[in-house]
Unconditional design. Structure first.
Length: 364
């Protein structure tokens, strides 16, 4: 008796109740169209900034789903360099961040190129440049040669949620998936993204990194669906928000039959949430632009511009003169003079939060 979907005789011949999805799919399509229409009104520079902000979210959140915390400033630096955007005062990223950034950019900016095993191996190699996942040496840029179980719980209390196909099946399984993905077929392009995500994550062909690569493939297909190579909504960010239900629906689907209606409904609801949340990114970009238009001439040096940019991008914690000095790499006296100058010009205001140090906020 088959325990998992990939053990069924008709495996990968998925089907679903189209009538149960048609209204939700239409709603998602309408939101997609409204978003792209809104983006077109931004102009080139703001579109680039919105794309950058979305990609930062995508990279940070796809890693966070796997329990890895990335520094958003380093991610911003890596993406900005590769997109040819201004990178004022940002630190240089490391090769682990560069690897996932390169994968995401290749998936979304080259979405019309064919998916191949060599391309997937390149993505996997970029994710694990040292050949290790944490402390453990793994097989990199090749299909795994060992068995794969998705488990939770501590030693002696393991709960097996899923067992992936045996290694001797991977070559043919991946060839079938890649051939299907590259075909132009009757399937709606959004539904194709949902099926591709489920199909790849079920095969689980790599030693590690399968979730991140599955989400890159999803973004690649969604880029095709949008008809543009820029990203203005983050599916990974929304999946991270709904992480518990994501793992739950995957487990239910992978232990079910080939009717994947419930999975597709979950995916469409998640995508709907991602597109709706994109308004926050666009509003932030417009707000940042307007703030600089109003205040750029009042800032007298690059240190001030650097700090204001960081505050607009979502500075963690409170701004104090000591933090200013550390970030701007200047003396405490110079930092305080810069801050007082910004306060006098109405760009910063003193916070009423109290505490031992004076905190400063943007004066929106």
């Amino acid at each position: 008796m088959a325990l998992y979907i990939h053990q069924l005789q008709e495996w990968a011949k998925f089907h679903w109740e189209q009538n149960e999805l048609i209204n939700l799919l239409a709603e998602v399509r309408q939101l997609q169209g409204k978003l792209l229409g809104k983006v077109e009104l931004l102009g080139f520079d703001l579109k680039d900034e919105a794309n950058l902000e979305t990609l930062i979210q995508d990279v940070v959140k796809t890693s966070e789903i796997e329990g890895e915390v990335l520094n958003p400033d380093l991610v911003r630096s890596s993406i900005a360099i590769r997109l040819g955007l201004e990178n004022l005062g940002l630190e240089h990223s490391n090769r682990n961040i560069d690897g996932i950034v390169e994968m995401m950019l290749d998936a979304t900016q080259n979405s019309n190129k064919s998916l191949t095993d060599e391309r997937l191996f390149g993505w996997h190699g970029a994710l694990f440049p040292t050949g290790r996942s944490g402390l453990y040496k793994i097989e990199v840029a090749q299909w795994r040669t060992g068995e794969m179980h998705v488990v939770s719980g501590g030693m002696g209390r393991e709960n097996i949620h899923f067992e992936a196909p045996k290694p001797d099946r991977l070559e043919i399984e991946m060839q079938n998936f890649i051939n299907w993905f590259n075909q132009e077929n009757y399937l709606d392009s959004i539904l194709k993204a949902a099926v591709a995500h489920l199909w790849f994550i079920t095969i689980h062909p790599f030693d590690d990194g399968n979730g991140r690569i599955a989400r890159a493939i999803t973004d690649m297909q969604l880029s095709k669906s949008d008809g543009i190579n820029q990203r203005f909504y983050s599916m990974s960010s929304q999946i991270n928000t709904e992480k518990k239900s994501y793992y739950n629906i995957l487990e239910i689907t992978q232990k079910g039959d080939l009717d994947i209606t419930s999975w597709l409904r979950w995916f469409l609801d998640c995508l709907k949430g991602a597109i709706t949340a994109s308004n926050t990114i666009i509003d932030k970009v417009v707000r940042k632009h307007q703030f600089f238009v109003n205040n750029a001439s009042k800032m007298t040096n690059d240190r001030q511009r650097l700090i204001i940019t960081k505050l607009l991008d979502g500075f963690e914690g409170n701004l104090t003169s000591s933090k200013y000095a550390k970030i701007a790499k200047t003396s405490p006296d110079t930092a305080l003079r810069d801050i007082n100058d910004l306060v006098e010009k109405g760009i910063l205001i003193k916070s009423n939060s109290g505490g031992r140090s004076t905190n400063y906020l943007l004066n929106f």
